[in-house]
Write a protein that binds this ligand. Structure first.
Ligand SMILES: [Fe+2]
Length: 455
């Protein structure tokens, strides 16, 4: 079996990684993490529905010496937590440079032959090309992929790894992992259980279970969307499923995972993150009725795959913002060496993708799917993404291109169109490579400056 082995860098220090992983996950979260633990003390409803071990996270709380002190401390924590949550919702998560530096690997796990610049993007650069194809086979077992010449990438699901595009060495895929904090996996197990139970309670219809992306697994999108078929940005309507989705998005365990995905995006692609944040803030100021699923996350849209054995067929999410990354999180209880891999057609790889881990991919540009898990196992997934139509709407000064053409002078309109022609190349400049990202987080006095060539 052809494999790409994960070789840790010589300087790799597991203990340090654990500490920094915890630091990033818990940064700015100390109080809210405690609150989450308190919230989670109540036993999950129907906890026996699947064989996930969801232990009460109350066990991580230190015992209080006196009931009065405990109450006082609890009120203080609650106030601080609320304040911190408001600040986080307004400012987004801060990335600590020293923590980020510990995450960045010395070398990519794989250099792809494919170059980002050649991936199928629309001429205006906002979305992926919708070619009406891009599907692989119906299902892709590990054995079938190996026969097709795909390479399996082994991954522990924790250690951050990157796949870079050939010559440009820009990040193509970021396997951002997960915090090593054991309570995070407990949180993942509870989140999986809640998503599974929500799906069971929903009683999805056969037409909801079978759709172009997957068979026998319902999927729902929730949040703000603008693209083909919508006159302007709007909150997606899910009718009788709305309450279910809102409850999932306010669940502390789902929120903790969503926060990690958001922090991952911010850490690994800070300039694209900042652009999306800045432009969407303008959109929300213009239309306060728009409501994103997670107030603390930059992503305006999320999708839940309810399983119980999600196995997505190969597809591209062409309406997503081309230079942005979709954050995919796997959940459940399955053997990641046997199934649940993330398949990337253009790179001819399939990546082991353990439950609780996060992978960031340009989902508009790369054809992606999964391998099936074994009988009796549970695999769900949960993604966050940014529709490219939202960014285009803001760039068009909150109107369609046709409307903009009517309102602007011919010269002003042509100038706008010229900007769009350059949008993709300019966007690519915001995608980082390893050295550039390290330099970004290094203290100024340690940044490596390459001397210009004298010849
Ligand atoms: Fe997708």
């Amino acid at each position: 079996m052809a494999r790409v082995l994960i070789a840790s860098a010589p300087e790799f220090d597991l203990g340090e990684l654990i500490r920094t992983a915890l630091a990033l996950d818990c940064e700015e979260l100390d109080e809210s993490e405690s609150l989450l633990a308190e919230d989670a003390q109540a036993p999950a409803q129907g906890a026996s529905a699947m064989p996930l071990t969801a232990q009460g996270a109350g066990a991580v709380l230190p015992p209080a010496a006196h009931a009065g002190e405990e109450k006082l401390q609890s009120r203080k924590n609650l106030r601080r937590s609320s304040k911190r949550k408001r600040e986080k919702a307004e400012q987004g998560r801060k990335v600590r440079p020293e923590a980020a530096l510990k995450y960045i690997p010395k070398a990519p796990i794989l250099e792809s032959v494919a170059e980002i610049v050649h991936l199928p993007v629309t001429s205006c650069g906002y979305q992926g090309l919708n070619e009406g194809k891009g599907h692989l086979e119906e299902t892709y077992t590990v054995e079938e992929l190996l026969k097709l010449g795909f390479t399996e990438i082994e991954w522990d699901g924790v250690t951050p790894q990157v796949i870079v595009a050939g010559q440009a060495e820009k990040f193509m895929i970021v396997m951002s992992g997960r915090p090593l904090d054991p309570t995070y996996q407990e949180c993942q197990a509870r989140a999986a259980q809640k998503i599974l139970q929500a799906g069971e309670a929903a009683g999805f219809l056969p037409e909801e279970l079978d759709h172009p992306r997957a068979s026998n697994s319902a999927a729902l999108n929730h949040g703000i969307f603008h693209g083909q078929g919508t006159p302007h940005p709007l909150n997606l309507s899910n009718g009788c499923r709305t309450q279910l989705l809102e409850e999932l998005c306010s669940d502390p365990d789902v929120c903790r995972m969503a926060e990690f995905a958001d922090a991952s995006f911010k850490t690994w692609s800070p300039e694209v993150y900042e652009e999306i944040q800045r432009k969407l803030e303008k959109l929300y100021a213009r239309d306060p009725s728009l409501s994103k699923p997670f107030p603390f996350s930059v992503y305006p849209c999320t999708a839940f795959n309810f399983g119980p054995q999600v196995c997505c067929k190969g597809h591209r999410d062409s309406s997503n913002y081309a230079i942005s990354w979709c954050a995919i999180q796997a959940l459940g209880q399955f053997n990641p060496r046997r199934g649940g891999h993330l398949v990337i057609k253009e790179l001819k790889v399939f990546i082991q993708f353990p439950a609780g881990s996060t992978i960031l991919i340009p989902s508009a540009l790369l054809t992606h799917g999964n391998t099936p898990v074994e009988d009796g196992e549970v695999r769900l997934s949960f993604t966050q993404f940014c529709p490219g139509g939202l960014i285009r709407w803001v760039d068009n000064n909150f109107q369609t291109q046709a409307r903009m053409q009517q309102r602007l002078s011919k010269k002003a309109f042509l100038d706008k169109m010229k900007l769009k022609e350059m949008r993709w190349e300019r966007g690519l400049e915001k995608i980082y490579m390893l050295d550039r990202l390290k330099n970004k987080y290094m203290p100024p006095e340690e940044v490596l400056v390459t001397a210009p060539c004298a010849c």
